[in-house]
Design a protein around this ligand. Structure first.
Ligand SMILES: Nc1ncnc2c1ncn2[C@@H]1O[C@H](COP(=O)(O)OP(=O)(O)OP(=O)(O)O)[C@@H](O)[C@H]1O
Length: 366
């Protein structure tokens, strides 16, 4: 595996993370591999997007890092310490005060019987900070809410405001890393950008690192410094967010991007090209990367396809250091799990329906 050439010091490193779930009854031996041998670094003060379709394993990674799930194997290194080994049963308070999670559903994550003041006070006190009125107000102001909301119940706030409260609660412990699992997917489009801008501001002003999990490629392009693409429990591509989105190197990334409507190119949705990409993913016959344009099935697993670029928001924040090089998993590595076939079959059906609809529309127009 090739590592970035110009890295910022990783705040958190993941090595060979694998997670199997038992499925069926308690006596069942059937297991599903949700995450398979995933490795990446999360640099301090940068936003890393983890994109992929539903079921690709994104939330499982976040839950493993938040220590809500116990990984089957692998290492999670925070400041160089493998916390899965040193804190086997549960995460220490020190770990939880550095790594916080914000969930997709802002309503579900706030107990409806408590006022906003309660959530913020509890987070401050649990992590050894004093919950003065000033501290509570500062938290609310940081996330763009007002002091009077301290006395509100969650149901009295909008979805966007509730998500800001969830972020304020995470901020109360002064974390170095926020794991944000689809934090805007349940919000109206009109308030999404406000939450994304808040995340960007927290990175810029407080140097907080974020793992931003989403299936919305547009928001990943808008927000992230670095993007990683996940397919069927494995990472297939990563690097500078703009490079990955503008020059995707893996057929799966291309397949994902080809489903994003492009208003500048009418008819850009091309089921034939998508079928070709699916075939290239499941039954690869060649890989265009490697030293001489060919490569073997063994090593390296990752090919570098682009130079490390300067951090996207680097000019006002030179201390953030350089970006990561753009890498792609060798095309000859077919995905390991059956989930891959299931996911691609689903996109196959969608393409069939899209083609039928287009043909119908064309016939009607004629
Ligand atoms: N507790 C569990 N028990 C059994 N299987 C699980 C469990 N949690 C997740 N899985 C399986 O693991 C795989 C990955 O799920 P995960 O929720 O991580 O995907 P995801 O990419 O986050 O999807 P989504 O965007 O829909 O949340 C799926 O096949 C899912 O069915």
């Amino acid at each position: 595996m090739t590592h970035p050439t110009k890295p910022t010091a990783p705040l958190l490193s993941v090595r060979g993370l694998t997670k199997d779930f038992q499925v069926g009854t308690v006596f069942s031996r059937r297991r599903v591999r949700a995450v398979n041998d995933v490795s990446f670094d999360l640099p301090a003060g940068r936003i890393t997007a983890l994109v992929g379709e539903s079921g690709s394993g994104k939330s499982t990674i976040a839950r493993c890092l938040a220590r809500l799930e116990q990984p089957t194997s692998g290492e999670v290194l925070l400041d160089g310490e493998d916390v899965l080994r040193t804190q086997r049963r549960r995460a220490s308070r020190a770990y939880r005060s550095k790594v916080q999670m914000v969930f997709q559903d802002p309503f579900g994550s706030l107990n409806p019987v408590h006022r906003i003041e309660h959530f913020l006070t509890r987070a401050l006190v649990l992590h050894g900070h004093s919950a003065t009125h000033e501290a509570l107000c500062e938290l609310l102001t940081t996330v763009g809410l007002t002091e009077d909301m301290l006395q509100s119940y969650p149901h009295e706030l909008s979805g966007g405001q509730r998500q800001r409260v969830a972020i304020a609660r995470a901020l109360a412990v002064e974390p170095s890393l926020i794991l944000a699992d689809e934090p805007t997917s349940m919000l109206d489009v009109s308030v999404r950008v406000g939450v994304l801008n808040l995340m960007r501001r927290l990175r810029d002003e407080r140097d907080i690192a974020m793992l931003y999990i989403t299936h919305d490629l547009g928001s990943a392009r808008y927000l992230a410094d670095t993007t990683m693409v996940m397919f069927a429990g494995e990472l297939v591509e990563g690097g500078d967010a703009l490079a990955v989105m503008d020059a995707p190197a893996h057929p799966y990334t291309r397949l994902l991007l080809s489903a994003v409507p492009d208003p500048e190119r009418a008819g850009s949705y091309d089921p034939v090209e998508r079928a070709r990409l699916r075939e290239a993913i499941l039954n690869p016959t060649s890989c265009p990367y490697g030293d001489d344009g060919t490569c073997s099935r063994t090593e390296p697993v990752r090919h570098i396809v682009g130079e490390a670029s300067e951090a996207r928001w680097g000019s006002p924040r030179p201390e953030a250091g350089g970006g990561q090089p753009h890498w792609v998993r060798c095309h000859l590595r077919a995905p390991a799990s059956d989930i891959a076939r299931r996911v691609l079959k689903a996109t196959d059906r969608t393409d069939g329906e899209a083609t039928d609809a287009t043909e119908k529309a064309e016939t009607t127009a004629a």
